[in-house]
Design a protein around this ligand. Sequence first.
Ligand code: DGJ
Length: 738
Amino acid sequence: MSIQINKEHKIFKLDTSKSSYILGVTADGYVGHMYYGDKIQLAGDEMTEQDAANIAVLLGSRQRNCIPSQIDREKVNFQDTFSWEYGMPGYGDFRESCLEADFGGGDEALEFLYTEYEIIQGKPELSGLPSTFADDCQTLVLHMSEPDLKLELELYYSVFEEEDAITRWAKIKNNSQKHCYIDKIFSLCLDFREGGFDLITLHGAWGRERKVYRREIGEGRQSIASIRGVSSHQENPFMAILDPDATEDTGRVYGINFVYSGNFLGQVEKNQFGHVRTVMGIHPYHFSWKLQPGETFTAPEAIMVYSTDGIGGMTRNCHDLYRNHLIRGKYRDIKRPVLINNWEATYFDFDTDKLWSIAEEAASLGIEMLVMDDGWFGKRDDDNTSLGDWFANEEKLPGGVKRLADGVRERGLKFGIWVEPEMVSPDSELYREHPDWILQYRDREVSRSRNQYVLDIGRKEVRDEIYSRIYRVIKEAEIDYVKWDMNRSLTNVASHAAGQDEQGMVYHKYVLGVYEMQNQLVTDFPELLLENCSSGGGRFDPGMLYYSPQIWCSDDTDAMERLEIQRGTAMVYPLSSIGAHVSDCPNHATHRTTPFDTRGQVALCGTFGYELDVTKLVPEEKEKIKEQVQMYHRYNDIIRAGDYFRIASLAEKKYYDCYIVVSKDKSDALLSFVRAENRINRWSERIRLKGLDAGAGYTLSDRDGTYTGSMLMNIGIEIHDAEGQYEGKLISLRRCGQ
Ligand code: DGJ
């Protein structure tokens, strides 16, 4: 049983296979956090009265009295020092609070008291929001109420035993007779009664997404956030809190991630006693949700994974959780078609004949799908026009998308298209018809970015019109794949359709609108492969993974740059979700030339595809594509479903990048080594492998003989080739007797 409860002492113990999370209720009805970490073994299988009594003592720990009169200030002191499950403002907890409710009377204090609990078998859905799913997990619901304000709060905890994960979210209900405004509602609060931790977060920019940063958690508050309306290139909604001596393979690591694709705030705060409070939720900036009497608001789901096997263990828990319980659809568990995308091949300069010629050549090389990127609709020959006019540009595509798609299929390929449904160009039929459909403060200037405006996707009539335009194209041309792009941050976030006191709902309604549209799309077209994208990887988050099994990782397709971008992305997100393509050289953005083989090897770590004009390649390169496609088919099962272990990276000043992916049963593995920098007068590299079956024998594709897993993981192997700068080497391993 993953959830054990002692009713007498009101203790709740949530167990995964390697972790325990314990919370309890004080005699006054406060819900306190007691423990999160290594699994707590009790004397028997079930928690006894004595166990519960022993654990309950933890709730009593508090600041020691220093002077006798202190008793008079006890409530404030208690609030100030207690470990809360969900911090509240106004009565003495001065750390970051999780909830703010405004009834217009100027009273900010909230005191929610425990009323009852409930156990749900399985994982409830979060209405309108992406979330993890499972039949075989248990969910604890704690009910709390604010008696003065007549608000009800529910805290949810779903326990995923295998993945050492607990997911959390909160719901608030207005039971009063008056409307109120929820100005803040976080999804997760985690109070540690210790503070000696490091913090890992992922930071970046366009073309430089998700670089890994590690630092000590210092005094005060350190946060990651986005107020761009998307989860952003700049800061990913992920934090790992870890022991300072935790390594890639050892030590305690708590991973926290947010299943949401809009504004977020993740924060750690080391207080006066050296304790750390962690919060994660929708960013309170410009958030004010009007809650009518009887209405409920659900905050999105936050994920916690625990590992004692270091950062790598946390990564593998996240990968498993997302592959087993978040990503959906037909393509979750099967090889995705090897695609060729025409963006870096042609940019806007293409027509039907050009795409057919690419398709023809691509088919002869084993590529399985052609994706037509930006520029096929309205009058779009550059990025200044036509977003919103989702009708074929007949000059480029005579006979429309259907004729093009049929021709691609006749040449043996599947067919996909690019769309950017959330945007409108000022120069478009759509904008001329509906100038009030964009996000805009009334009668004030709207800022442009990439010469486009943001549609007010939170409005149903806007969503419906855009969706029906795109639906028509997909249906008519029988499209197999859609790349859903989103190319600017949200600004001027106000809706023409909302009242003055509802403008604080626009950011979140926008995100809900995007979710509704994507849900509709995958429901209407269950066979469709959806790929999300936001100027590369500006919306790479678990929320998007619920709708699309893959996300375009970065517009930087340079193989050397990609090593670090993909490594940071794979810290949290499965390799099967990382959109990665082989592109042309010199690379269009960095002007660097890397070997074709290395480009293939780097793209193999993700979804794998091409982003170049195959009609212009020399015969040797075409032969290499044939080999790479075979390589993809040979190794994709391991990459898609296996366990990923980081071995070395450029960021750790190793001058090379190395990882291994091992199949779940440890029978097969694939080692990737790329030399990013060459150095004169150096020793050959000895690489210690990871994740293998220590007692089993393995053969390696690049050398003779059999080696035990133990030898490979402890002594390691020497890499003698891949000597040149940017050269790579792939070694496959097979357990003997397989
Ligand atoms: C940004 C994407 O990341 C690119 O791959 C490409 O689709 C362009 N948008 C097209 O405008």
